[in-house]
Design a protein around this ligand. Structure first.
Ligand code: ZN
Length: 260
């Protein structure tokens, strides 16, 4: 089975549309979303509707939690964006109550973890599924953290949250896509791996293009491979939309141009 993995859309419609279009050319069986559909960006309503329509399921990310429940551990910029996002969802609910109910229902049902066979899917980490970050520097700086995380994984874990694509392995390595042949990682037999597809709408690895990955579990699911993809989109359009909304800090737009 070929599964497109998207994550951290962050209300960036132009990026999401470009990624879905690209995925449409790759011949996948389904799309799943690893959380943070909303927060930061200018198009929360459209992004929730599109993810609800096109993805088989989505996880609950810390920003989805922040909007639907309460922003916890957010800085002022992220908190303002969360409150604006909630007001925007409520405004659309008043305009079209039936669509609004469907939208809130979808957000309320987002799951914190999804288990499919020996695949575990969480937004952050298996230890703290909504909030813990697994950083590319962890293998070097905090190998014990990574060991404790891998103890909770049977085979493969899919995460988002850091907005940095790559693969962690249980021999304490992190592989960014650029260092992989054909931007593809083959999970060896007996090996455990954590895969982060990167961020659709708010990349933070210095490449401003939208990021996603395709996971191919093969005919028997024994040797999963993951290929990382980047997609150009109209970044300036999203930047301009953010700059036109006073409640969204201009920095949220500016940083899109740098992929930071
Ligand atoms: Zn995020």
């Amino acid at each position: 089975m070929r599964t497109a993995l998207i994550s951290d859309v962050h209300s960036n419609l132009a990026a999401l549309q470009a990624v879905l279009e690209d995925i449409g050319r790759q011949g996948v069986d389904r799309i799943v979303c690893l959380g943070d559909i909303i927060g930061y960006g200018p198009n929360p309503v459209q992004c929730v509707d599109l993810v609800a329509q096109r993805c088989q399921w989505s996880l609950l990310g810390n920003h989805d939690f922040g909007v639907v429940y309460e922003p916890s551990n957010f800085n002022a910029v992220a908190e303002d964006a969360a409150f604006w996002t909630r007001r925007e969802l409520e405004r659309h609910m008043r305009d079209d109550p039936a669509a609004g109910v469907r939208r809130w229902d979808f957000l309320n049902r987002l799951r914190v973890r999804v288990v499919e066979g020996d695949f575990l899917c969480v937004h952050g980490s298996p230890r703290k599924p909504i909030n813990e970050y697994l950083f590319p520097t962890d293998p070097e700086n905090d190998p014990q953290k990574l060991d404790s995380v891998f103890e909770r994984i049977d085979r493969v874990c899919l995460v988002g949250h850091t907005h940095v694509p790559g693969v962690f392995t249980d021999d304490s390595e992190f592989w960014p896509p650029d260092e992989l042949p054909d931007r593809t990682y083959v999970v060896r037999p007996e090996e455990k791996a954590i895969v982060n597809p990167g961020s659709v709408g708010q990349p933070r690895d210095g490449d401003p293009r939208a990021s996603y990955a395709i996971l191919d579990t093969g005919p028997d699911g024994k040797q999963p491979t993951v290929r990382f993809h980047r997609v150009n989109y109209d970044i300036q359009l999203t930047v301009d939309q953010i700059h036109a909304i006073p409640e969204l800090h201009p920095m949220l737009g500016d940083r899109l141009l740098e992929g930071r």
